[in-house]
Design a binder for this molecule. Structure first.
Ligand code: ATP
Length: 230
């Protein structure tokens, strides 16, 4: 379980702080699919970054089970991220001169996972191992970044607008892969999105407004990527 306790974070200077997280507390269970929604600037990405250990809060704590990650040194945090979490962003951040196989192997090498090719198969790119990112469509490139993030078998997959750069059909396809992979590998998903429809795929929905949680609810049933509106 991921537990956030009373998180506060401001940008700007000490004289002129700009509060972005203003007292966030929440729990995300193991294996849960959690979606963070909210208007632009409401603090979604900042919350994701604090939950994943990419940024530290000014106040408050983040726990993974009993382990507190706030207060870890930079090198301990780097190790924690390397071993425990995967990231997917709107941009794919693939290395352009490396083929699909090598891009995904890079993720696998972080944990010494030798079976990384099964993840490439699982995202449907088993026949594109030798292709360079520039030879792939946007959806295929995002599937490579999904495979790279999952190749090290993370406990938690953090996604920040993973379908933001994709058209509807490709966005649905990528979301469908993420859900199917979650069923195969049982990792936790925490996803930031502007697309309110995606909330219907989630177990838990966290609605943010001006740095606070405006609403947090669980869905009794989850829709598939092909059942939601877009
Ligand atoms: N590194 C930073 N330095 C200064 N201000 C920042 C920084 N990161 C975010 N902000 C500001 O904090 C506020 C919240 O940003 P954040 O990216 O968390 O919001 P968001 O809800 O994810 O927005 P969007 O949906 O537009 O991506 C915004 O006003 C943003 O400009």
């Amino acid at each position: 379980m991921i537990r956030a306790c009373d998180l506060f974070k401001s940008y700007g200077s000490a004289d002129n702080p700009f509060p972005v997280l203003r007292g966030i507390s929440l729990d995300i269970e193991d294996g849960e699919f959690a979606v963070i929604l909210g208007a632009s600037g409401s603090g979604k990405s900042t919350l994701l970054n604090v939950l994943s250990g990419l940024e530290t809060p000014d106040q408050g704590d983040v726990y993974y089970e009993e382990k507190k990650i706030t207060g870890l040194s930079e090198s301990e945090l780097t190790r924690f991220r390397r071993e425990q979490v995967g990231f997917i962003f709107q941009q794919y951040y693939l290395l352009p001169h490396m083929n699909v196989d090598k891009n995904v192997k890079m993720g696998a090498d972080l944990s010494g996972n030798k079976d990384y090719r099964e993840v490439i198969e699982a995202v449907g790119l088993g026949d594109k191992l030798e292709k360079l990112p520039g030879e792939l469509s946007g959806g295929e490139q995002q599937r490579v970044s999904v495979a790279r993030a999952l190749a090290k078998k993370p406990r938690v997959l953090f996604l920040d607008e993973p379908t933001g750069a994709l058209d509807e059909a490709t966005g649905r396809l990528v979301l469908d892969y993420i859900c199917r992979l979650q069923k195969m590998y049982h990792f936790t998903v925490v996803m930031v999105t502007h697309n309110q429809n995606i909330a219907q795929m989630a177990h838990k929905v966290i609605l943010m407004n001006s740095g606070k949680i405006r609403d947090l609810y669980r869905n009794d049933t989850q829709k598939t990527a092909y059942e939601i509106g877009w």
